[in-house]
Structure formats: structure tokens, C-alpha cells
Design a protein around this ligand. Structure first.
Ligand SMILES: O=C(O)C[C@@](O)(CF)CCOP(=O)(O)OP(=O)(O)O
Length: 326
């Protein structure tokens, strides 16, 4: 009745941006990510008949009732799915520098889903695990697998065909991600609210849906051919297209800050000097720079010189979910 799992965070190269069903976390479009090696969450779940409610410990601190209620609602989905009736102790450690702007929700919900499903004692497929993780946070559905992963939006109302599938396993293509943490002033609009407002009010959202489908085809073709320049051009274009939709929302909002743009300009300057670097940005001001191993040091040096850079985390392609002893 106890299990421990580790799941790594992922960076979207083709973005998940918009839901067609808020309750089931069904997206409007397919997305594609790269699991990262540096950042992960380890979670222990222990179902215990003596517990009168779920107990949630995160990084050694017992969470407040509001945080616990959020995790409990997710655990109720697990209990409904597995028939497990007991409450659980959930003990999670995030090896994700939250300041890095990584939505630790991806590794957090993937690790929680894996440990909870395992502890419940039922047998389950990776599709089922991806579907469960998805109902914690959409991007968590992709962290079930390592390497390059596609989350299929599916067509069915019940989301039974909405799960991630592996595209290219870890180790097949050595790319690097420099996660650049910049100074930031204002609180960001959380991705969940940001995509909701965009879907509901941005006239650019229809254009996004057309463009993201084309970008996905390009990205998969580039990955199949290990064509980094083609992948880089596609992922950078896709990130810019995603962020363009927020400018058209009502009220408009923007995740970039001046520090963000300085990093973007530095990446473009690197390319003008013949160094293949491309950036992507999620629901925050931080920038992730994607490159090939041979260029990583040079790019790192160039970015480290920027006064707006607080930290740079060096990542490689990471593994899928694993189950641990203890
Ligand atoms: O990761 C991507 O594809 C792109 C984003 O990071 C934004 F840039 C969206 C992540 O959204 P998530 O936190 O998964 O939302 P939830 O389903 O409302 O929890």
C-alpha cells in the first residue's frame, strides 16, 4: 500500500496552450516536449486505513489545508479509478529550483500519479498513467516518458484517447537546454488562467490552432531526421506564436519582461554569428535555450555575461517515470 516514484519535468517544444475541457484537462491541440534530466520530483504515497484525511508533505513541510485539498481532489480521482478507499500520506520532494520557472506541476503530478497508482495495487498501462497525470496538470501527462514525447489531444469526450506517446527515447539524440532564470518584477499569470483567458477572448487563438498543427508536423519531421536547425526554427516560431495569442486576449497580458527580451536578443545575436541556438518561453519570463552539445559552452558564456541573468541550469534529455525502493 506504499510506493515511491520519480518523474522529471519537461519542456514543451510545441506548446500546449488551450483546453477544450477544463474538468478533464483535455487540450485544444497536440503538444510535443523534451523530458529533462536535471529537474525531477520524488513522491512517496502510502494508503493508510487509520488516516481520516490525506496528509501532504512537500519538501519536508506539511502543506496547508488549501494545498492539501488540491492534492486530495486529485487523489479522489485516483481512488475513483483504482477503487482504493483509504486516505494517504503523500510525501513529495521537488528537485526543481522553483525559481527556474519550471512548472513543477509537470514532474509533481507525474510522480504523484505514478506513486499513487502503484501504491493502490492495481495494474495499469502507461496510457492510463498518462491519463491520470493529465488530470493533475496537462503537461504532467508528458512526463511519464523520457526523451521526446507527444501529447495527443484525442477526439473523445471522455478523454480516453488523450494521453502522451513516446516519439524518440532518451539517448537517441543529445540536445541541451540552458534554462535561463532572469530577474523578474511582476507576478506572472498562471498558465491555467492564461490559457483560459486566451481561449475565451483572444482573436489570435484561431490562428494559433492552425499554426500549432503545422508546427507540430515540422517538429516531428525535424526530430525524425535529427535536423536541429529545422527543429530549432520550429520551436522558436511556435513559442512566439503562443505568446502572440496573449497579447490579443482581453485583458491583454504578456509573460515577457525586459530581461526576457534581452535574452531573446542575445540568442538571435548568437545565430548571426553562426551559432545554432534557439529559445522557447513558457508561462513566465524565463527563457530556455535549446542547442547542440558542441555549442553549449559558447552559448553559456555569452548568456552568463548578461546582467539580467540570475541563474543558468544546464539540462540534457531526461528519463521517464521510475519506481524506487524505500
Ligand atoms: O508546457 C506547455 O506545453 C506550455 C505551458 O507550459 C505554457 F507555456 C503550459 C503548461 O500548462 P499546465 O501548467 O500543464 O496547465 P494545466 O493543465 O492547467 O495544469
Amino acid at each position: 500500500m506504499r510506493a515511491k516514484a520519480r518523474a522529471h519535468t519537461n519542456i514543451a517544444l510545441i506548446k500546449y496552450w488551450g483546453k477544450r475541457d477544463e474538468k478533464l484537462f483535455l487540450p485544444t491541440n497536440n503538444s510535443l516536449s523534451m523530458t529533462l534530466d536535471q529537474f525531477y520530483t520524488e513522491t512517496v504515497v502510502e494508503f493508510n486505513p487509520d488516516l481520516k484525511q490525506d496528509k501532504f508533505i512537500l519538501d519536508g513541510i506539511e502543506m496547508n489545508p488549501e494545498e492539501t485539498a488540491k492534492v486530495s481532489r486529485f487523489m479522489d480521482k485516483i481512488r475513483r479509478y483504482t477503487g482504493q478507499s483509504h486516505y494517504a500520506l503523500i510525501d513529495s520532494i521537488n528537485h526543481v529550483p522553483t525559481a527556474a520557472g519550471f512548472a513543477s506541476s509537470a514532474s509533481g503530478y507525474a510522480a504523484l500519479a505514478a506513486a499513487a497508482m502503484k501504491a493502490s495495487g492495481v495494474s495499469f498501462s502507461e496510457n492510463e498513467l498518462s491519463i491520470m497525470a493529465r488530470q493533475g496538470s496537462g503537461s504532467a501527462s508528458r512526463s511519464i516518458y523520457g526523451g521526446f514525447v507527444e501529447w495527443q489531444k484525442g477526439e473523445k469526450e471522455d478523454g480516453s484517447d488523450c494521453y502522451a506517446v513516446p516519439i524518440l527515447e532518451q539517448g537517441a539524440w543529445d540536445l541541451r537546454v540552458l534554462s535561463v532564470e532572469v530577474t523578474h518584477e511582476v507576478k506572472k499569470v498562471l498558465s491555467r488562467e492564461g490559457m483560459k483567458r486566451t481561449v475565451e477572448t483572444s482573436p489570435f487563438f484561431a490562428g494559433w490552432l492552425e499554426a500549432v498543427a503545422e508546427d507540430l508536423v515540422e517538429a516531428k519531421a525535424a526530430i525524425a531526421k535529427r535536423d536541429f536547425i529545422h527543429l530549432g526554427e520550429t520551436l522558436e516560431r511556435n513559442a512566439l506564436r503562443m505568446h502572440a495569442t496573449t497579447l490579443g486576449a482581453n485583458p491583454p497580458f504578456m509573460y515577457w519582461q525586459s530581461s526576457t527580451v534581452k535574452v531573446m536578443e542575445a540568442v538571435q545575436a548568437l545565430r548571426e554569428n553562426g551559432i545554432h541556438a534557439y529559445f522557447t518561453i513558457d508561462a513566465g519570463p524565463n527563457v530556455k535555450v535549446v542547442c547542440q552539445p558542441e555549442d553549449e559552452e559558447q552559448i553559456l558564456d555569452a548568456l552568463s555575461e548578461l546582467d539580467v541573468v540570475q541563474n543558468i541550469y544546464r539540462c540534457k534529455v531526461g528519463p521517464g517515470v521510475s519506481y524506487l525502493e524505500g
